[in-house]
Design a protein around this ligand. Structure first.
Ligand SMILES: Nc1ncnc2c1ncn2[C@@H]1O[C@H](COP(=O)(O)OP(=O)(O)OP(=O)(O)O)[C@@H](O)[C@H]1O
Ligand SMILES: [Mg+2]
Length: 280
């Protein structure tokens, strides 16, 4: 097993430049082409409608924030995109191809990776082994174990965990576990990364570092959809923000517009939080 590889190695993703001359996707893009979109997404659990006719579009290389009160349906939307659940109604397209109904492993191999709200590392495995799981099982074409290990080492280097590669995952702090979640997802070499509260629970310095890391990942060509309750982080990182409440979309706008949106302030931000929520 070699030492940490250079940043350039794992991060020469297949994406890179967005070719604006390519045909427009099925979903109309207003900036970069739409890479992932959902139309009329609806999901109920028994009598509870967790998502109710949601439309969304994610543009290539965008960082799109997804916010809303507890129980608004944010994680449910991730679970639908990632194939954990099937929507009752509606369709999700990735690169103009419907992915609704595919299994999570099929969706991951198509290029959509996720992190979990509650970190779920394999506690008895090393940090490196955890990251290798992502590259070995999640990547669409990676073959040998050696390549998988090299790629996983690269992602650990990116998230700043290279020094802990031989630690057990159970020995990591919460902040480090969140970084490991990220490394494991990145090891699948995703085009789209779904981040479910990777900043929540971190101290202010760790939170700032995480936002910088998210921006760095986007710079490498990865498109990001992030759920976050830490307003400073989501306002600072996002190009655009969608707000859910009771399973419905109540706003879809720039962070600046969201911060002053009366419905959003009433439903979620509150007047006290509002001042804190200004984009940094
Ligand atoms: N598997 C499930 N079975 C039953 N109800 C569920 C299930 N998953 C989610 N729900 C319910 O659906 C609603 C939306 O949940 P979801 O986890 O998507 O909310 P969220 O916006 O992610 O909230 P939070 O900010 O607290 O994480 C909640 O009322 C939740 O209890
Ligand atoms: Mg959630």
């Amino acid at each position: 097993m070699g030492g940490p590889v250079t940043l350039a190695h794992p991060l020469i993703w297949r994406k890179g430049n967005v070719d604006m001359d390519e045909p427009q996707s099925l979903c109309q893009a207003d900036r970069h082409p739409v890479i992932l979109c959902g139309t009329d997404i609806t999901k109920s659990f028994g009598g509870l409608r967790a998502l109710d006719g949601i439309d969304f579009q994610l543009h290539e290389k965008e960082i799109l924030g997804l916010i809303g009160p507890n129980g608004a349906g944010k994680t449910t939307l991730f679970n639908l995109i990632a194939g954990v659940y099937k929507p009752d109604r509606g369709i999700i397209c990735f690169r103009d191809e419907p992915v609704t109904g595919l299994r999570p492993d099929q969706i991951c191999k198509k290029g959509i990776a996720r992190t979990f709200q509650i970190t779920k590392p394999f506690l008895g495995m090393s940090v490196l082994e955890n990251a290798v799981v992502g590259s070995y099982f999640g990547h669409h074409k990676r073959k040998g174990l050696k390549q998988c290990i090299e790629h996983a080492e690269g992602t650990l280097f990116l998230v700043g965990l290279e020094d802990k590669r031989n630690f057990l995952a159970s020995q990591l702090t919460l902040g480090e576990r969140k970084r490991l979640e990220l490394a494991r997802a990145l090891s699948a070499d995703p085009t789209v990364l779904l981040l479910d509260e990777v900043v929540a629970g971190l101290n202010p310095t760790e939170a700032l570092d995480m936002v910088e890391l998210i921006k760095k990942i986007r710079k490498e060509g990865v498109t990001i959809l992030m759920i976050e309750h830490v307003m400073k982080a989501v306002m600072g990182a996002s190009d655009r923000i969608i707000v859910l409440r009771h399973g419905q979309k109540i706003a879809d706008a720039s962070p600046e517009a969201i911060a002053v949106d009366k419905d959003v302030i009433e439903a979620y931000l509150g007047s006290g939080t509002y001042a804190h929520a200004q984009p940094s």
